[in-house]
Ligand binder design. Structure first.
Ligand code: FDA
Length: 384
């Protein structure tokens, strides 16, 4: 069959591009090897899909080119998607930090996208592998189907058990597009035996600022039996390079608080003072690490200031991450230098587009990755 566009991948980006192009009159085929469209949407946001964020800004995205995402995000904003959600009578709410979720279920978002595709007369072929891609005379061929536009929307390899693969990079390389080395992002850290302190308090959660270089996230941290997780950790993992140390600030006023505790309860020990500031098991473990055995009243202020450093800059060096099996997204991907920021079309291969997570644009935790999927999908869909 002859189409105007063949879209590889029926995830958020692919379906959005298909609906946009279809509604503008293009004949569109979407191909996906999964048995169901939008599988990642279905499991997202704990089943309620954090479909966008009220505070979308280019600074909330990571890419080798920090300007690349600006155009698409500006031309299809979070409010455009919210308007679409409302048009489909999907009730939503802000949970925290501008994160918008469905009141009901993530399936409503998949139904919305499939409904928009249907309005555009889009044909969706599921359970279908991509196979060899032909390219001649300005047309792309897959099996018996051909089109003048081909859209790579197959995402990244995170969560392979859902059918995620790195095929986007193979296709990109085959057509001469660059690929920024992919890596798991929004992913928990693992720790070696030398970081025993953290493993011993598995299950404990607290608020902290996790930071690396000049980037920091103030959210919850969760100590796990493998290492560290929780929103602050997932966020900072996207910036982490192997070998680098992460600093956790558990209380930036710790020095003043310990000195106040010395005055208020001079007979108490450090552990009791830390228990006022932190969960008990974390306070125990930290007091053990600091090793200040004296009563607070017998400690010099300088000793307390030194002890406080363990709370203001508790550093650890991850041994690695839990990898693609647990990564919410893949950072890196198809090099934006190969693409037009306005249309997502490959500069050197007319008719070839790349969108969504397959591209080297990675959002923060909190609905930003879906907003990129919608915005880049619309950008390509309008250009097809
Ligand atoms: P996506 O991966 O969604 O779609 C790619 C499609 O291509 C899939 O349907 C796949 O089957 C298909 N495909 C892959 N390889 C193929 C092959 N070889 N042949 C044929 N088809 C192939 N983001 C957010 O903003 N808010 C949130 O709440 C969450 N929550 C969340 C939870 C969990 C557990 C995960 C894993 C991820 C999230 N995310 C998220 C991230 C978000 O899901 C992700 O960034 C987008 O789904 C990316 O959309 P894409 O359409 O680019 O890829």
């Amino acid at each position: 069959m002859i189409y105007d566009a063949i879209i590889l991948g029926a995830g958020g980006a692919g379906l959005m591009a298909a609906a946009t192009a279809g509604q503008a009159g293009a004949r569109v085929l979407v191909v996906d090897h999964a048995a169901e469209a939008g599988k990642k949407i279905l499991i997202s946001g704990g089943g309620r899909c954090n479909f966008t964020n009220m505070n979308v800004e280019p600074g909330c995205f990571i890419s080798a080119n920090p300007h690349f995402m600006k155009s698409a995000l500006k031309r299809y904003t979070q409010w455009d998607f919210v308007a679409l959600v409302e048009e489909h009578n999907i009730a939503w709410h802000e949970k925290t930090l501008g994160q918008l979720f469905c009141d009901g279920s993530a399936r409503q978002i998949v139904t919305l996208l499939l409904g928009e595709c249907q309005r555009g007369g889009v044909e969706i072929r599921l359970g279908t592998g991509i196979g060899a891609i032909g390219h001649a005379d300005g047309r792309f061929t897959i099996g018996r189907d051909s089109a003048r536009s081909l859209v790579i929307a197959t995402g990244g390899p995170s969560i392979p058990k859902l059918g995620a693969t790195g095929i986007a990079y193979e296709i990109a390389e085959r057509f001469g597009l660059g690929v920024v080395t992919p890596r798991p992002a929004l992913v928990p850290f693992t720790l070696g035996e030398d970081e025993r302190l953290f493993k011993d308090i598995s299950g404990v959660a607290c608020q902290a600022v996790a930071s690396i270089r000049d980037v920091g996230f103030a959210e919850a941290v969760l100590f796990t039996h493998k290492g560290l997780s929780g929103p602050a950790i997932l966020q900072i993992s996207s910036y982490w390079k192997p070998g680098e140390a992460i600093a956790l600030c558990l209380d930036r006023d710790a020095a003043e608080r310990l000195k106040a505790a010395k005055r208020a309860m001079p007979k108490a020990g450090l552990k009791a003072a830390l228990s006022e500031l932190l969960p008990n098991r974390l306070a125990d473990a930290l007091a053990g690490r600091i090793g200040l055995e004296k009563r607070l009243g017998d400690c010099a202020d300088a000793e307390l200031e030194h002890a406080a450093e363990s709370l203001t800059a508790l550093t650890f060096r991850p041994s690695g991450t839990e990898g693609y099996a647990k990564a919410e997204v893949t950072a890196g991907g198809i090099d934006t230098a190969s693409l037009s920021s306005k249309t997502m079309e490959a500069r050197a291969v007319p008719g070839l587009f790349a969108i969504g997570e397959a591209v080297d644009v990675t959002g923060w935790l909190g609905g930003y990755n879906f907003q990129w999927a919608w915005a880049s999908g619309v950008a390509a869909g309008r250009a097809i």
